[in-house]
Write a protein that binds this ligand. Sequence first.
Ligand code: XCC
Length: 634
Amino acid sequence: MNKCHNCSDESLINKAEKEGIDLVWDRHEAMQPQCGFGEQGICCRICIKGPCRIDPYGNGPQEGICGADADTIVARNLIRMIASGTAAHSLHGKEIAKTLLEVAHDEVDSYEVKDVDKLKNIAKKLEIKVEDKSVKELAEEVAYETLKDYTRFEDEPCNWLANTITEQRLSKLEDLDIALNNIESSVTDIMSRTHVGTDADPLNLLLAGLKCALGDYTGMQLSTNLSDVLFGTPEPVISESNLGVINEDAVNIAVHGHNPLLSEIIVDVADELQEEAIEAGAEDGINIVGICCTGNEVLLRRGIPLATNYLSQELAILTGAVEAMVVDVQCIMPSLAKISDCYHTELFTTMPDAKIPGATHVELNPSEVAENAKSIVRKAIKAFEEREQDKVEIPTETSKTIAGFSKEAVVNLLSEIDAEEPLRPLIDNIVNGNIKGIVLFAGCNNTKVTQDSNFYEMATKLLADDILVLATGCAAGAFAKNALMNSHATEKYAGDGLKAVLEILGHEAGLDAPLPPVWHMGSCVDNSRGVDLAVSIANKLEVDLDQLPLVASAPELMSEKAISIGTWVATLGIPVHVGVVPPVTGSSFVTNVLTSDLGDLLGGYFIVEEDQQKATEKLIEIIEKKRDDLNIND
Ligand code: XCC
């Protein structure tokens, strides 16, 4: 199998081979054949009588030692994945909410409220009175109302759930008793009910999984929105992507992970220390580049170039020109420590809950964040002097990237056409078929797929069929690197209807060229931005989300977070394609619920299809069917 869809990566993979450095693809190969029981989700390690495994061919045991069958085991394993994903995203959100509270209480001076209008809009959404209140008072109330979503014991639904979805959807969730009231208790609930000898009913388990996944959604909503308050709401910005953004004549610092609390400060501090880098011999000063979702966060808000996405994170170090890699939480390969040891690169961990053996730990707690960030940047400047020139090999490829499509940015753009009803031009073009539908690509890379290939192949076909593509997370990284986020891509790939719309919008945006055909909405927590746009369209059309010609796809999914995202997307009524088979096939009951019954119940369901061509056809078919049902197909 090819490892990646990107020639700049190829050269570095060869370099690693020459230098005897194992990369993620080598470890994948060494792991073959992977455990078939694990792949189907029928291995149970929940108690220590086990591990137990169910024979998928029916010859051996059909029950674990306690009597749990394949349906129970698969459902339990799946919802534990959802709980982990929810915990990861919502803890990220909680950190942001706590920081907003600290700003309100004057306890930190490195952060401030950058988007006051957004803060006021959020306050209104959360039914907080805005008049006669200072910014700090509002920030305090918004933070407290937000944090209630982590602590509420009454039955009413979470603020950031109830106030961000359609009314119809909320009542559907209430009818099923899954309108979540407390993010953290949903995680506790999963861990408790999956303990040995507790919930054995696969349907009951799956319903708890849906409820918990809504905690992932709620955590994302509040993460995105409060990050915008603290760091600014993204507007279209032009930058570059791919490993070629690493600059031989600069001190290169890669920021990697998810939480903008860290990367924003590193970017600020780097600006202050440019002179020191130049004095150390780096002609171009300090060059910050991003990886994974931290990369997306600073690309959208600060125009920082994106070096790469998940699967090729190790390759950044292989360039031999990265002085420091600064990581926070999630999706950071522990292998980075070993690989940086082969180079002058220093790997810095910064969060108390994400340390890596072999890395240097510099904790970025809010009270001394600026000082510690400076010490990291100064160490990087020092490392520049130790760079081994004969080990430097930076690929030349970069792609122009236009990013920053927050919902607000989209509405601002559209209001240039219709100030009264900004969504009208978008809706009109969906109704008249210039834009047939929308696909939101999300999720990771996976060694089981040639990196980025599913994203690229599927998106280019969808664009040709006049389907607008939105993207977040490593999906967005794949499109940015592979030149699908610029005006040239619109000329090259978009069908005539879509192209005409993007030309008009590009003109309104003052670009003198079409808007890109793939809209970068941000990091994984920013999947909420896609929902915001969809909810506004649904409300305007007076329909629910499941009626829109809208589909989501995670064609290279990998993480537990991707499972929880996919689950809430389906729960909100949007069909979700996955291009890697999740570990559920050991239970036909669970597989049927996810791919069929869920659709009857909530409108959203999973489509499992590994073949990118067939997957694309299925998505188009769903979009056509939704258009028929809405009576907008000619
Ligand atoms: Fe991680 Fe967000 Fe997946 Fe990328 S897309 S591999 S979760 S970095 Ni979120």
